[in-house]
Design a protein around this ligand. Structure first.
Ligand code: UN1
Length: 503
């Protein structure tokens, strides 16, 4: 491990677990070995879950705003260590500086959101058909929430789940991606500092409320199969969701799935092309095409295809691909050799079905063990072949369209249903796109690209994206259980639906 990474980890409070273990961690920036992380034995993972369940039994009794105070303190730690944690995200996940910092900002924002929410966990009072009765719903803490996160947002997506779950009165157990355990160790160390500050301020708090379990498939399975985990929130591929979903269903646990995306944008005749160009460039190339929300399919109206596409190619040619921590870099590396192989395979397939590829060459930034590529544009005649699936890399497939209904139908004609957008100044088109007959995705935007969602909205998508919603709006309800309470304050017992039962 470089001295730089060691110092960074120490500054974040990571004192053990990152050396001498069996999980080898490589920085995608250089291919260099940056950690040998100790994996959690399955038995120990199970023991952590049992402890978390015991902690939950106590935590659920603490008033929600007091639970919110813990999350507020965690937000303070994140503010104080934003630069260091952001840099670690850049080193371990390959994000450029502003995106590494942006990831930590997203965590800070969700802390603020969750703190406010801790005073707003409310239920309805509903009119009843019976005299001298009151009917209401109450939201109660749920239990241990399992969180499985992906390499591309190694810490922010955990924070979306963790911060909400904690204020909702749940305990949390986190299995991070095997590719990014160092950022997880650092984040958990910051969380432990918040716990220490919370206790020092005189708040009661059970031990083992939050646990980090590190390892591969077996550790993930321990979480998914444990009877004391009533909810698993999992972010990753659709294939992972297909493995996890049925296991949870078999024991009637809840699944909150945030899986693949095959996100599209439509460039309509009235679009502001300068704005569309910037929107498309960020959404398609940003994070080296490794966001769930990355723009992968572009439908350009035939009347402006020959104006817009050459401009886009120019923008593609101008971006700097390089080490993420170097000033001016916009595109960092792919996460590993496997991601690069999938990138190449998709481009080959596209060529074989007549796609015209611009860009896509491998770039030597730091030698053979790191995988940097020029982002690729692929002009396609047909909406077919690799266009129909998600390849987690910077490939933008471009197709022409003639009328808006066809464009919307094509945008919807894929398995995934995460994010989508239209660039138009025609109010009819914009409204059609966000209407019931429009985009079938969980996110449908107008005049901004499909990626870079704020935490205030509910995040997630339909179909093969898994159907879950995380982060803002009323996503908190997934982390609680609802009880309907009917209270009779009278002296008679009228039955619902007019039923009589006189004894
Ligand atoms: C993801 O890629 O898993 O909308 C999450 C965005 C980010 C979150 C992406 N706020 O791009």
């Amino acid at each position: 491990m470089s001295a730089d990474t060691r110092i960074l980890l120490e500054s974040l409070g990571v004192t053990g677990g990152h050396t001498g273990g069996t999980l080898k961690v490589h920085s995608p920036n250089t291919g260099e070995l940056i950690g040998e992380v100790v994996e959690t034995p399955v038995d120990q993972a199970k023991a952590h879950i049992d402890t978390a369940h015991e902690a939950f039994l106590k935590w659920r009794l603490i008033p929600a705003p007091k639970r919110g105070e813990l999350v507020r303190l965690f937000g303070e730690e994140l503010r104080a260590h934003k630069d260091a944690l952001g840099k670690l995200v850049s080193i371990e996940a390959g994000k450029v500086t502003s995106e590494g910092l942006g990831e930590v900002q997203e965590m800070i924002d969700i802390c603020d959101f969750a703190v406010g929410l801790s005073r707003q966990l409310y239920g309805l009072t509903i009119a009843t058909e019976r005299a001298e009765h009151r009917m209401m719903e109450t939201w109660h803490p749920l239990g241990v929430v399992g969180i499985i996160s992906a390499f591309n947002f190694p810490v922010a997506v955990w924070a979306w789940n963790a911060c909400l779950a904690l204020v909702c009165g749940d305990a949390i157990v986190w299995k991070p991606s095997e590719k990014t355990p160092l950022t997880a160790l650092a984040t958990h160390a910051l969380f432990d500092r918040a716990v220490a500050a919370y206790k020092a301020a005189g708040h009661a708090m059970p031990e083992g409320l939050s646990a980090l379990i590190i390892g591969g498939k077996e550790v993930g399975e321990a979480l998914v199969e444990h009877e004391k985990v009533p909810l698993v929130s999992a972010t990753g591929s659709t294939a992972m969701g297909r493995a996890v979903g049925p296991k949870l269903a078999a024991r009637f646990a809840r699944a909150l799935l945030e899986l693949g995306g095959n996100n599209a944008a439509i460039i309509a005749p009235s679009a502001d092309l300068d704005l569309a160009l910037r929107g498309v460039a960020f959404a398609a190339m940003g994070t080296a095409g490794q966001r769930c929300t990355t723009l992968r399919r572009l439908f350009v109206h035939e009347s402006l295809y020959d104006t817009f596409v050459p401009r886009l190619k120019q923008a593609y040619a101008s971006v700097k691909v390089g080490h993420p921590l170097e000033e001016g870099t916009l595109i960092g590396p792919l996460i590993d050799a496997h991601a690069f192989a999938l990138f190449e395979r998709a481009l080959d397939e596209a060529r074989s079905v007549g796609g015209k590829v611009t860009g896509g060459a491998r770039v030597d930034v730091n030698g053979k063990d790191s995988y940097y590529v020029r982002p690729a544009i692929v002009e396609m005649d047909a909406h077919a072949g690799p266009v129909l699936r998600e390849t987690f890399a910077p490939i933008l497939y471009i197709m022409k369209y003639g009328n808006i209904e066809d464009a919307i139908a094509m945008q919807n004609a894929v398995g995934a249903g995460l994010s989508s957008s239209i660039f138009t100044n025609d109010i009819r088109e914009a409204e059609l796109f966000v209407s019931a007959a429009g985009s079938d995705c969980g996110i449908a935007n107008v005049n901004i690209g499909p990626s870079g969602a704020e935490i205030g909205g509910a995040f997630g998508g339909e179909k093969e994206t898994g159907g879950g919603r995380e982060s803002g709006s009323d996503s908190w309800k997934a982390y609680m259980r609802r009880a309907t309470n009917t209270i009779n304050y009278g002296r008679s017992l009228p039955l619902a639906q007019g039923v009589t039962f006189d004894v």
